[in-house]
Design a protein around this ligand. Structure first.
Ligand code: FAD
Length: 317
């Protein structure tokens, strides 16, 4: 089932969560345990992230240091298919522009279609850690709106090869990312919202937000989206803080604010166990308020660990 149909056909907030594919060298047993610990809360869809290649410099046996391109978390399409087929829950694999040519993206989408996966989240992806700015792959997309265009074309049966005619359309439901506190590269909120609207106008069915710890930022963001004519559902994404150092790491990575009241509570924590409890309580408080405001779906960033997400779901669903 498509995410947009799930959301449109329910009058109460549904639950969904995001997982990372296993690290190279690990099997998927931990990931399955996480999913199984959350099944009783009736997740309506599961997102699977995609991680682009990283550049590593490693000393070889001949003593020479060589540049290597390494995939740390391969297998998004395969693990997404395995989850959907094992649990019967729709999956939403993330498609990123970074590191992929348009042809490779098309082949991935063809695979997804054959695997009966009809939901995707269309993203640009971040730059390589070794680059200060995002550099598109040669022959790839520079921004998510171009990927949205490509997927929207495939929905009409239009492939990159214009000589292919009478093609079967690929029926994808498409989400895109939105930033209640602005994307870190955008010069201002107006510009960021203009580009968000471009993605929606190009065919995105819904928006999922970056994590936030202050619900008012989400409500203001939704208001501003509505003011400029973005009418699609806007799914809030929340992350339960789980380590003391995340109070400084998360703002740095995601360009978000931590409310003073929350950071003071975390500062009192003596260890990560206490921080995890405080983080989960804060997320529960956020979740209750979001549900009371009638959000279509509560999307939790699990980072692969299910116990705090289960606590949130158990309390609010
Ligand atoms: P875009 O929409 O392309 O926006 C990027 C920046 O460019 C913004 O500042 C925007 O204002 C600007 N912009 C947009 N369009 C244009 C244009 N046409 N011309 C000029 N400027 C433009 N990353 C991963 O690598 N893997 C994942 O699985 C992943 N999952 C995510 C899930 C969610 C819900 C979210 C919110 C983010 C996720 N990310 C993931 C991170 C995301 O890839 C980064 O935030 C990335 O920097 C931006 O992606 P985007 O799709 O928002 O890009």
């Amino acid at each position: 089932m498509k995410v947009i149909d799930i959301i449109n056909n329910t009058d109460k907030t549904v639950f969904s969560f995001e997982l990372l594919p296993p690290l190279k060298g690990q099997d998927a047993s931990k990931l399955h345990r996480t999913i199984e610990s959350l099944l009783e809360y009736d997740p309506k869809f599961i997102n699977i992230t995609t991680h682009r290649d990283v550049v590593e410099y490693k000393e070889q046996s001949d003593g020479i240091v060589r540049r290597q391109i390494v995939k740390k978390r391969p297998g998004t399409v395969a693990i997404a298919a395995a989850i959907q087929h094992k649990y019967g829950i729709p999956v939403v694999p993330h498609m990123v522009c970074g590191g992929f040519t348009k042809e490779e993206t098309e082949y991935n989408l063809i695979d997804l279609n054959f695997l009966d996966i009809h939901n995707v989240l269309a993203l640009r992806g971040d730059g390589l850690k070794t680059e200060t700015v995002f550099k598109p792959e040669e022959g790839g997309h520079a921004n998510a709106n171009e990927l949205v265009d490509q997927i929207a074309n495939l929905r009409k049966g239009k492939y990159l090869d214009s000589e292919l005619t009478n093609n079967t359309p690929m029926d994808f439901c498409m989400g895109v990312a939105g930033y209640p506190e602005k994307h870190f590269e955008a010069p201002n909120m107006e510009t960021d919202l203009m580009y968000l609207k471009q993605k929606v106008d190009a065919g995105a069915d819904y928006i999922v937000t970056q994590m936030f710890f202050d619900n008012q930022k989400y409500y203001d963001f939704v208001d501003r989206c509505r003011e400029i004519g973005i009418t699609v559902p806007i799914i809030p994404g929340i992350k339960p803080l789980s380590l003391i150092n995340q109070i400084t790491v998360l703002p740095k990575i995601f360009s978000i604010d931590i409310p003073e009241e929350f950071s003071k509570e975390v500062a009192k924590c003596k260890d990560n166990k206490q921080a995890r409890e405080v983080g989960t309580e804060w997320a529960i408080h956020q979740a209750k308020d979001l549900i009371a405001h009638g959000v279509p779906c509560l999307h939790v960033y699990t980072y692969g660990i299910g116990d705090n997400t289960a606590q949130i779901a158990k309390t609010v669903f």
